[in-house]
Design a protein around this ligand. Structure first.
Ligand SMILES: NC(=O)C1=CN([C@@H]2O[C@H](COP(=O)(O)OP(=O)(O)OC[C@H]3O[C@@H](n4cnc5c(N)ncnc54)[C@H](OP(=O)(O)O)[C@@H]3O)[C@@H](O)[C@H]2O)C=CC1
Ligand SMILES: CC(C)(CO)C(=O)C(=O)O
Length: 315
């Protein structure tokens, strides 16, 4: 199996690196600055599952090699258009695109660009960042990718089975999911709540819960996200809700969304993709989502201020 990883950022670097370590033929499609860093220092991973410094294959725009069996897509949502342009020459008739972005909306764009048959579902569960010096820093005890056919009940195509086996050999949990769309929505219900609230409060879960109304606000926001999922035909099961509550209602928890880490380093954020899209779907279904509304406005204000500051304008 030949796999192209779009990017060697937090997720592309971690999962692509682990697959490479375990013997999969992995090539990283990277931009010039990242290519230079990887050439000079290798792909460095710091992780509770073992540190690594790997010599990896890279390609740049225009000379992708291939054909590839799998394209693992792990860009941020705001880079999706440029990422699709970059991978287009690598997507052949039988190539399968496996996106692991948070949210759902990217599937529509990928379908239009590459055809629905080539795009499967994917969910990543990991806490990871790219450090300023270019190392992939894995900070969560978990590291998982679930994938699957988007048509529930369809047997996974052989190359997806092969990918799941390769991920397992690479020490990545998850595997093939029989209802990947539900899994994507379940993750989104959790992340919609986590990202909205940790960003709005600028604090991890435990600090939110330590406020007088924190628990009530968390419960309301879980309900808002769950109603949006239900309107899309993907209401979380009781077990899925328990998982969300387990994450969002643990006193003292230092857990926060990667989106908060992006805010704290003054970076771009996937506000539209992760929170705005939930809000748009709520509006279309006539669901009131006051907490998401506030959280999205907060993120939009952050984006405006960031743009102004980057343009050198004063506060
Ligand atoms: N970080 C986390 O813990 C988790 C993140 N996610 C989701 O996964 C997705 C990826 O997140 P993450 O890995 O953190 O993001 P990163 O910013 O760390 O990595 C994204 C990478 O994509 C690369 N990229 C973007 N466009 C192109 C392009 N046109 N050509 C080549 N490379 C490109 C970027 O390269 P360059 O360096 O050149 O900009 C960057 O290295 C997001 O949707 C996020 O929400 C999901 C679960 C957990
Ligand atoms: C919550 C977490 C860390 C789980 O994978 C995540 O997806 C994110 O913050 O982007």
């Amino acid at each position: 199996m030949k796999l192209l990883s779009l990017g060697a950022g937090a997720l592309g670097g971690y999962f692509g690196g682990r697959l490479h370590q375990a013997g999969t033929d992995v090539t990283f499609l990277v931009r010039a600055a990242r290519a230079e860093k990887l050439k000079a220092e290798g792909l460095r991973i710091q992780s509770p599952r073992g540190d690594a410094a790997l010599t990896v294959k890279t390609v740049g725009d225009g000379a992708l090699g291939g054909p590839y069996d799998i394209v693992l897509l792990s860009c941020k949502a705001y880079d999706l258009d440029s990422a699709m342009d970059a991978i287009a020459p690598a997507v052949g008739v039988d190539t399968v695109v496996v996106p692991v972005l948070n949210g759902i909306r990217h599937l529509d764009a990928l379908d239009v660009r590459f055809g629905r048959e080539r795009v499967v579902g994917g969910v990543a569960r990991i806490g990871a960042t790219l450090s300023p010096d270019g190392a992939v820093v894995h900070s969560s005890p978990f590291a998982a990718i679930s994938t699957g056919e988007r048509d529930k009940g369809r047997a996974p195509r052989p190359v997806l089975v092969e990918l799941a086996e390769a991920l397992k050999r690479a020490g990545v949990d998850g595997g093939l999911h029989p209802d990947i769309m539900q899994d994507m929505w379940d993750k989104w219900v959790m992340l919609g709540t986590l990202a909205s609230l940790t960003c709005a409060f600028r604090a991890p879960v435990g600090d939110i819960l330590a406020t007088k109304d924190g628990e009530a606000i968390v419960r309301e926001t879980i309900a808002e996200c769950s109603q949006v999922a239900a309107a899309a035909g993907h209401a979380p099961s009781e077990a899925a809700l328990k998982m969300v509550e387990g994450i969002m209602l643990t006193r003292g928890s230092m857990f926060a969304a990667s989106l908060l880490h992006d805010v704290e380093r003054g970076g771009r954020v996937e506000a539209d993709h992760i929170v705005g899209d939930l809000l748009a779907r709520a509006a279309a279904a006539g669901i009131a989502t006051p907490n998401l509304r506030f959280a999205y406005a907060h993120l939009q204000a952050y984006e405006r201020r960031r743009a102004r500051e980057r343009a050198g304008e004063a506060l």
